[in-house]
Design a protein around this ligand. Structure first.
Ligand code: KIV
Ligand code: ZN
Length: 518
C-alpha cells in the first residue's frame, strides 16, 4: 500500500504565526514529541531568518534522531549555506528551497519575469545539490500560478535535482476540485514527475486546508505538510491531526498508510497549545475538548446501546482521556509514571522526579488529582520552560472593599540577582503586573486575560492565560496555580520572558529579509 509522508511544519510555518513563538527549550520539547508521534519530516525552522532559528534547527538536528530534519531557504547561496550549517549534524537532513511563481508575486514582490524565476529556481536547487541529497522545492503561491508556467517550473526543478516537489496554496485560495485538477495537470504534463514525491501544503483562509490537502492525496500527492492544531500564518495550515485521522478513518477511500501513532495526537496537541499559548477551540475536530462529548439524550442512548451509532473514532485512538480521578496524596512515583505513560507522556528519570515533586506539592493542596491535573503539571512544569530570564521568588498582595489594592513582589534574574518592587493598581492582579513591569522594564498593553479551572471542584487548579501587545508584536503567556494571583504573576512573567527572548533575537538577527518570508 502507498505511504504518505507526514511533513510537520509546526516549528516553522506554525511558529511564524503571531503570538506562537517558542524558545529553544520549547522547540526541542515539541520536536521530541513530534518524533514520538511518528512524523517523517520535521521542518525545524528557517535557518537564515535569525540566529535563534539556526540554533534551534541545530539543536533539533543533534538531539532528535530519526525523522528527517528540514530547514527552509530562499533560492540563494546565503540561505542554503545557513541551512547546511544548521543541519550538518542531522543524521537525515533536507534542504527546502522555495520561490514564488504566481503573477502577483512575480510582479509585485519579486519584480522578476518568468524566465528569471526559472533561472533563480534552477540555480538555487543546483546550489543546494552541492551539499544535500534530499531537496524539496516549493513553488510559493502555486495555487494562483498559470498552470502551464507552473508545469514548466516544476519540470525544470526536477531536472535540476529536486526530489520532492511541493505545490503550496500559500494564501488558502484553492478549492478541493481546483487544487486536485492542478495536481492532476502536473502529473500529466510534467516530464519526470513520477520520479519525485508530490507534496501538498495548504493554508486555511477559506477553512479548506484539510479538504484541499486530502483532495491532493486522492490524485497522487504522497507528502502532506501540516501543523499540530493547524497553527500557522493567518487562519493557519492544514491540521496534522485532522489529516491523519481522515486518512485512518477513511482508509477504505484513501488506501494509503502513514507512520503516525495516533494515540499521541491528543498529548502533542496539548503540548503545542501550552507552549504557544494558543487555545484549541472546544469543538475542534479530533483534539477539541468536545470532540468526543455526547450531550443530546438521544445520542447518549445510542452510544450506550452501540458506540458506533454516533462515534466514528474511539477517543482512545487519539489519546483522548476523559477526566477521571486517578491519584491522591499517597500515590507513589510508580503509580504516577504508569498513569503518565497511559496518557502518552514518556518522561526520563529527571523529568519524572520533577513532575513527582510538583505532584506531591499539589496533592497537599488538592485532595483529588485528575488526568487533566497531571497533564497540566507535565506541560507547565519546568520541563518546558527552557531559557527564562525572570522567575518569581515571592509575592504578596492586599485588596478588599475600601482598600487600595497593592502588590509587593520579588523576582530572580537568570544570573541569580534578586529584585523587589511594590505597586498599587486597580486590583491585585493589576498591581502585580505593574510591579513586574517596573522591575523588568517591559511595558505591555493587556489585550486578553482569562482564568479557567483545569478540572471540576472548588480546589481546582486555575490556568491563567494572557494576551498582550508589545512594540515587537503580540505575545501570549500561560501559567497554572491553585492561587489565581500567583498564576497571574507567573503567566505575566511567561509573557515577559517571551518578549525578552524575542528582543534578543531581533537584535542578533543577522540578515534583513529583503524578499519577505513565506
Ligand atoms: O505557504 C507557503 O507557500 C510556504 C512555503 C514556503 C512552502 O510556507
Ligand atoms: Zn505556508
Amino acid at each position: 500500500m502507498d505511504r504518505v509522508v507526514i511533513f510537520d511544519t509546526t516549528l516553522r510555518d506554525g511558529e511564524q504565526s503571531p503570538g506562537c513563538s517558542m524558545n529553544l527549550g520549547q522547540k526541542l520539547r515539541v520536536a521530541k514529541a513530534l518524533k514520538e508521534l511518528g512524523v517523517d519530516v520535521i521542518e525545524a525552522g528557517f535557518a537564515a531568518a535569525s540566529p535563534g532559528d539556526l540554533e534551534a534547527i541545530q539543536a533539533v538536528s543533534r538531539e532528535v534522531p530519526g525523522p528527517i530534519i528540514c530547514s527552509l531557504s530562499r533560492c540563494n547561496r546565503g540561505d542554503i549555506e545557513a541551512s547546511w550549517k544548521a543541519l550538518q549534524d542531522a543524521p537525515r537532513k533536507r534542504c527546502h528551497v522555495f520561490l514564488a511563481t504566481s503573477p502577483i508575486h512575480r510582479d509585485f514582490k519579486l519584480k522578476m519575469a518568468k524566465e528569471e524565476i526559472i533561472k533563480r529556481a534552477v540555480d538555487g536547487i543546483k546550489v543546494a545539490r552541492e551539499k544535500f541529497e534530499d531537496i524539496e522545492f516549493s513553488t510559493e503561491d502555486a495555487a494562483r500560478t498559470e498552470l502551464e508556467f507552473l508545469a514548466e517550473v516544476v519540470e525544470r526543478a526536477i531536472e535540476a535535482g529536486a526530489t520532492t516537489l511541493n505545490i503550496p496554496d500559500t494564501v488558502g485560495y484553492a478549492l478541493p476540485q481546483t487544487y486536485a485538477d492542478a495536481l492532476s495537470y502536473l502529473r500529466k504534463h510534467v516530464r519526470g514527475i513520477d520520479k519525485v514525491v508530490i507534496s501538498v501544503h495548504c493554508h486555511n483562509d477559506l477553512g479548506l486546508a484539510v479538504a484541499n490537502s486530502l483532495a491532493g492525496v486522492m490524485v497522487g500527492a504522497r507528502q502532506v505538510e501540516c501543523t499540530i492544531n493547524g497553527i500557522g500564518e493567518r487562519a493557519g495550515n492544514a491540521s496534522l491531526e485532522e489529516i491523519v485521522m481522515a486518512l485512518k478513518t477513511r482508509q477504505d477511500v484513501f488506501k494509503v498508510q502513514h507512520g503516525i501513532r495516533t494515540e499521541q495526537l491528543f498529548p502533542v496537541s496539548r503540548l503545542v497549545s501550552q507552549v504557544t499559548g494558543s487555545y484549541v477551540q472546544r469543538n475542534k475536530a479530533i483534539v477539541g475538548q468536545n470532540a468526543f462529548a455526547h450531550e443530546a439524550g438521544i445520542h447518549q442512548h445510542g452510544m450506550l446501546t452501540h458506540r458506533e451509532t454516533y462515534e466514528i473514532m474511539r477517543p482512545e485512538e487519539v489519546g483522548f482521556s476523559r477526566s477521571q480521578l486517578v491519584l491522591g496524596k499517597h500515590s507513589g512515583r510508580h503509580a504516577l509514571k504508569e498513569r503518565l505513560t497511559a496518557l502518552g507522556y514518556k518522561l526520563d528519570d529527571a523529568q519524572l522526579d520533577k513532575v513527582f515533586a510538583d505532584f506531591k506539592l499539589l496533592a497537599d493542596k488538592k485532595k483529588e488529582i485528575y488526568d487533566a491535573d497531571l497533564e497540566a503539571l507535565v506541560i507547565h512544569g519546568q520541563l518546558l520552560k527552557g531559557q527564562q530570564m525572570w522567575d518569581l521568588a515571592a509575592l504578596s498582595t492586599t485588596s478588599g472593599t475600601g482598600t487600595l489594592p497593592a502588590a509587593s513582589i520579588a523576582l530572580l534574574k537568570s544570573d541569580g540577582a534578586r529584585f523587589q518592587a511594590a505597586s498599587a493598581g486597580d486590583g491585585p492582579v493589576d498591581a502585580v503586573f505593574k510591579a513586574i513591569e517596573s522591575i523588568t522594564g517591559v511595558a505591555v498593553k493587556l489585550r486578553d486575560y482569562r482564568i479557567a479551572a483545569v478540572t471540576t471542584g472548588e480546589d481546582a487548579q486555575g490556568e491563567v492565560s494572557l494576551e498582550v501587545e508589545h512594540d515587537t508584536g503580540i505575545y501570549r503567556g500561560r501559567a497554572l496555580s491553585t492561587d489565581i494571583i500567583e498564576g497571574s504573576a507567573r503567566a505575566f512573567l511567561d509573557v515577559v520572558n517571551r518578549i525578552v527572548l524575542k528582543r534578543g533575537e531581533s537584535t542578533r538577527s543577522a540578515q534583513v529579509m529583503e524578499e519577505g518570508t513565506p
